[in-house]
Design a protein around this ligand. Structure first.
Ligand code: G3I
Ligand code: 9MR
Length: 582
């Protein structure tokens, strides 16, 4: 790829003043306390990773606060006790309620097999596995979620079985909303903007959220290429010479590419004005519009295409160059329009993905363009932004820049600059270790993390921790990442494994229009639901009031039980990295 020689450092002054501070780390909750009173608890169940563990993983289950001080592990194939251990003291996680819990650590049990946990005073746990392939099916299903949620293509029976469905949303004649282009909106002009993935349970396509989602899949490949080079997802492109995970990412990149206007700026989203009904994609025939043009969409686009240009280069040089030029055009537009915040027009009800802090988006785009072009000015700009880092999310992408620089820029940076970035990562990962140690369920989730999409907030922390395990060469971070995966797959106060189709109790009524209207009893498998959300930002009623239990497996609970591309993408990343590190 040609290195470009544009001095972007000169342009940095254009936008530095326009950026406000990034969101910092949230304050911590009070430390967990020991509860002296021990009771026999017959209501609560043992909470554990319902799938199981690799032989080498840390393995810890959460036990209700019974009088017993010990536990045993029983081999499910012959009912023989194979392990016994001592329970920890009882501790409380205020977000889970007033009951305390104990921890059963059986990490030193490494023999592959099927087991359950027995503790006097509670029901035996469900069975779980120890083996070296324990997350393989889940990892594949989490990636196939993207295929099954593609727009503009018939989902064929040979690739989808019962989940085959007709083509929905061709998106070849999309209208311009006045917020996107006043003039084109009055001229009956249309835009061809096919392909892409549905964002979530709705059928919209949103650039900001597409950016971090596509990036996470590209990063999964960029950081663990050998694992993905061998994986078959059974998608239409499976027989070409490109790894399936990249073929899937390309489906969305090809859509994103169409969202760039002639001036380089990027439209914010492509949706209907109202929410679609409870209907299949092909039944939603409402008019679709491109809506808004924003700095955040343009910067997410710039960063994502800068990454895509280097990841796709070995497979398609032309596309790689095309992507890099598009990224640069979007960056230039953002410099000229540094604070074009997306404001939801009055006649639009679809998701907003609004963000008025753009410093992190500028930094992420600058970092990725630096890595993909080698142009020093981008890094100068990056340093001037002087970011604070926190776990990534669609609204705060600061850490994505750090991640890419640590993985891809060691040869481009001075040892001092590289070490400074490495230290920032360590500091962030250490705060998650601290949170994990303070939490009775051994998960680095605090009150401010129990937001809409809390499960992805947890998995994005796992992504940071897994990267820290590699970059800092310190395996303690792996145990904390494992704790997050355990939480997602059942070691939490709700008894649910939060991924459809995986575990012994999982969501069956997700807020996912396809699953709701396809006439099939089971939901599309491999989808991570949003998870407990103290804010209850919907009209649903909830059985429990404790924040970490505020989850409802029902259609009405879109703020805890929807699915989304930016939630499944870190699930894919984390399972891949965990498998690679086992
Ligand atoms: O930014 C504020 C922060 O300053 C404040 O401290 C915090 C307190 O709760 O709230 C933060 O804003 C929240 C924001 O997410 C960022 O986390 C909003 O309250 C919250 O309403 C918002 O939720 C978003 C939701 O859309 C509603 O806009 C979710 O993150 C986002 O995942 C979700 O995305 C939807 C799309 O709009 C439409 N498609 C489905 C998709 C998934 O549900
Ligand atoms: O279905 C919509 C979901 O995809 C969005 O994330 C959510 C965000 O507000 O909104 C859902 O739509 C609901 C709407 O907001 C309010 N009326 C009920 C709709 C779902 O049945």
């Amino acid at each position: 790829m040609n290195k470009l020689s544009i001095n972007y450092a000169l342009l940095s002054t254009l936008f530095l003043g326009a950026c406000s501070g990034s969101s910092g780390n949230a304050p911590s909750e009070p430390p967990a306390t020991n509860t002296p009173a021990e009771i026999t608890n017959t209501q609560q169940k043992i909470a554990l990773n319902q799938l199981g563990y690799f032989e080498t993983s840390s393995k810890i289950a959460i036990i209700p606060n019974v009088a017993s001080t010990s536990f045993t592990i029983v081999d499910a194939s012959n009912n023989e006790e194979v392990y016994s251990g001592t329970l920890s003291n009882a501790k409380n996680w205020p977000n889970a309620g007033s009951d305390s819990v104990k921890q059963a650590d059986f990490s030193s049990l490494v023999a592959p097999g099927s087991y359950f946990i027995r503790v006097l005073g509670v029901d035996d746990s469900a069975t779980f596995k120890i083996d070296s392939h324990v997350y393989n099916d889940l990892h594949i299903a989490a990636q196939r979620y993207f295929y099954l949620n593609r727009a503009s293509i018939e989902i064929e029976q040979q690739f989808a079985g019962d989940f085959a469905r007709p083509l929905g949303h061709a998106d070849t004649n999309v209208m311009y909303h006045p917020s996107a282009d006043e003039q084109l909106s009055t001229q009956d002009e249309t835009l061809a903007s096919p392909k892409g993935w549905y964002d979530a349970g709705d059928y919209g396509k949103y650039v900001v959220n597409s950016g971090i989602s596509t990036y996470s899949l590209l990063a999964a490949f960029e950081h663990t290429p050998n694992l993905y080079a061998q994986q078959q997802l059974n998608i239409p492109e499976s027989n070409n010479n490109i790894p399936d995970i990249l073929d899937e990412a390309l489906w969305n990149l090809e859509w994103l590419f169409t969202m760039q206007g002639e001036d380089g700026g990027v439209y914010h989203k492509l949706t209907t004005l109202e929410w679609p009904g409870e209907e299949m994609p092909h039944e939603d025939t409402r008019t679709r519009f491109v809506i808004g043009k924003s700095t955040s969409a343009s910067l997410n686009f710039a960063a994502t295409f800068a990454v895509a240009s280097r990841v796709i280069a070995p497979f398609d040089q032309n596309k790689s160059e095309q992507y890099l030029l598009a990224a640069i055009d979007a960056w230039k537009w953002a410099l000229e329009h540094p604070s074009q915040i997306y404001v939801q027009p009055n006649d639009v009800l679809s998701g907003e993905y609004g963000d008025n802090i753009l410093k992190d988006e500028f930094a992420w785009a600058a970092a990725e363009l630096f890595i993909s072009t080698g142009v020093e000015g981008f890094f100068t700009t990056y340093k001037e932004l002087d970011l604070e880092y926190s776990a990534p999310s669609w609204i705060n992408v600061s850490y994505l820049s750090l991640s890419s620089l640590l993985y891809k820029a060691e040869n481009l940076l001075s040892p001092q600059d590289y070490t400074a970035l490495k230290d920032k990562q360590k500091a962030l990962a250490d705060t998650f270790v601290q949170q994990y140690q303070n939490n009775a369920y051994l998960v680095p989730i605090e009150t401010p993390n129990l937001i809409w999409g809390s499960n992805s907030a947890a998995l994005n922390k796992a992504m940071v921790l897994l990267q820290a395990a590699t970059v800092q060469n310190d395996s303690q971070y792996l145990n904390v990442a494992q704790g997050i995966v355990d939480y997602i797959l059942g070691r939490n106060p709700t008894e649910y494994s939060f991924v459809t189709g995986f575990g012994h109790k999982y969501p069956v009524n997700p807020h996912h229009r396809i699953s709701q209207s396809d006439g099939i009893n089971t939901a599309v498998p491999g989808m991570l639901v949003g998870g407990p959300h103290a804010g209850r930002q919907d009209d649903c009623s909830y059985e429990y009031s404790e924040p970490a239990r505020t989850y409802s497996d029902s259609w009405c609970s879109y703020s805890t039980n929807e699915v989304a591309i930016n939630w499944n993408a870190p699930l894919v990343y984390v399972l891949g990295m965990l498998t690679e590190r086992k």
